[in-house]
Design a protein around this ligand. Structure first.
Ligand SMILES: [Zn+2]
Length: 231
């Protein structure tokens, strides 16, 4: 005979009246499903870039900044499932979307040991005023799921940049000039750092972070994003 706890019983009741709905199809999620139902989970357009060095994410940084490897979890398209999940995370407080996507990235990268030689994960920092507004850094939520040491203090954002969405590639790079600084180099010395961001477009933001991080002695940089914008 098995007993269920009061907590389980209460959660069961809450779930009965307010079931969590799939972010993809709005059907109620069943036990063991989080954020996406099993059907919608298979629809996330994964890139499998971590199996090849010369992938599109790596190409976007080639010749711009020295890095070891680069990858993105899935394709980010206008009105696609990934855009919906990431917008929920960024603009609607849906932290669970970030935990889910971070866990998917972790599960994917563990294949082939992609994360094995990474020492520290640095999520792209938000400007303190933006962080205060939102209450959390979406990239730090993603980073927490990787099971690696996460550093959110050594690299800081000192410039509140305007929205990048309507800018050209050159304007985006200008916009990011002087945006980041190293508050402390000591924890980074000799480390292999993974820079983590939500979506890769031109790469201007990550490039600016990498250039600043490379100011610490003997660091190596790798890059991962959840989405790669495909136009
Ligand atoms: Zn669904």
């Amino acid at each position: 005979m098995s007993f269920i706890s009061l907590k389980e019983l209460r959660n069961g009741f809450v779930h009965l009246f307010y079931p969590d709905l799939c972010e993809g199809c709005s059907n109620p999620l069943v036990s063991g499903e989080h954020v996406l139902c099993m059907g919608c989970a298979t629809l996330l357009p994964e890139t499998n870039y971590h199996y090849t060095d010369n992938n599109e994410t790596a190409m976007r940084f080639a010749g711009r900044v020295p890095f070891v490897k680069a990858t993105s979890l899935a394709y980010f398209t206008e009105d696609g499932l990934l855009q919906h999940l990431l917008h929920g995370l960024k603009y609607r407080g849906q932290i669970q979307n970030g935990k889910y996507l971070g866990a998917r990235l972790a599960a994917t990268l563990k294949h082939g040991g992609w994360l094995n030689d990474i020492d520290i994960v640095i999520p792209v920092p938000l400007h303190p005023s933006r962080l205060h507004e939102r209450g959390y850094n979406q990239s730090a939520i993603l980073a927490a799921a990787l099971g690696k040491k996460v550093d959110t203090v050594s690299l800081i954002r000192v410039k509140k940049t305007e929205s990048q969405t309507t800018k050209t590639r050159a304007e985006r790079a200008d916009n990011m000039m002087g945006a980041f600084l190293l508050a402390d180099t000591t924890p980074l010395l000799g480390k292999h750092i993974l820079i983590l961001d939500d979506v890769l477009t031109t790469g201007a933001t990550i490039e600016a972070c990498a250039n600043v991080l490379l100011g610490a002695q003997n660091v190596k940089i790798s890059i991962a994003t959840i989405g790669i914008a495909i136009s």
